[in-house]
Design a protein around this ligand. Sequence first.
Ligand SMILES: [Zn+2]
Length: 241
Amino acid sequence: MPIYNEVTLAKELIKFPSITPIDAGVMKFLEKKLSVLGFKCKILEFKEKNTKPVKNLYAKFGKKRPNFCFAGHLDVVPPGNIKDWTVDPFKPKIVKKYLIGRGANDMKSSVASFVSAVSKFLATNKKFQGSISLLITGDEEGIAVNGTKKVIEYLKKNKEKIDFCLVGEPTNQNKLGEMMKIGRRGSITGYLTVSGVQGHVAYPHDANNPTPVMVKILNQIENIKLDNGNKNFQPSNLEIV
Ligand SMILES: [Zn+2]
């Protein structure tokens, strides 16, 4: 059974230009790596109406509970202007001890670390209580309707249970290993529309400019204290975008 090096594997994953919802073959690549370790893999493709199809992967080693799941994604955001990069985003390079490439931070390195850790664990632990799974989506950076949500529905239907889950989203702001989060913030999005009456800037009394009204409303809601947070999380915040 092979032992995978996390840096080598991260570089291999970064080479795939898997910009949501394009998979570029990365799921198949990961499936192969996991199959060699003895994982049973299933590539799940979902396509909600008016969206592009997205590939996801659910891989499992063992059948017993508890089922410990590593959750993550292999899609990345577009690289933007390639000329602004110091390194080709899809030809990763280590520069001054930093791995540079699209998805090096969010979050192909995490997926590589999952697989590397599992390969090391299985090499020395032939028998253990429980099972290990990986739930890897290709729809996290996009509209996220054909990703984890759909996989969870699929798992429910198949009476597949996840007992513990480790998400590999980038968490440490300064240094790797400085923190581990034990939960996740929720979010709610609202839309504010203010209607006015158009007019000329020189005749404001004939117009009803919605912009200052919006400024007043936003000022008020910005000052609402949502909660005090708790010992593990900072208070909830409102962001105007
Ligand atoms: Zn991410």
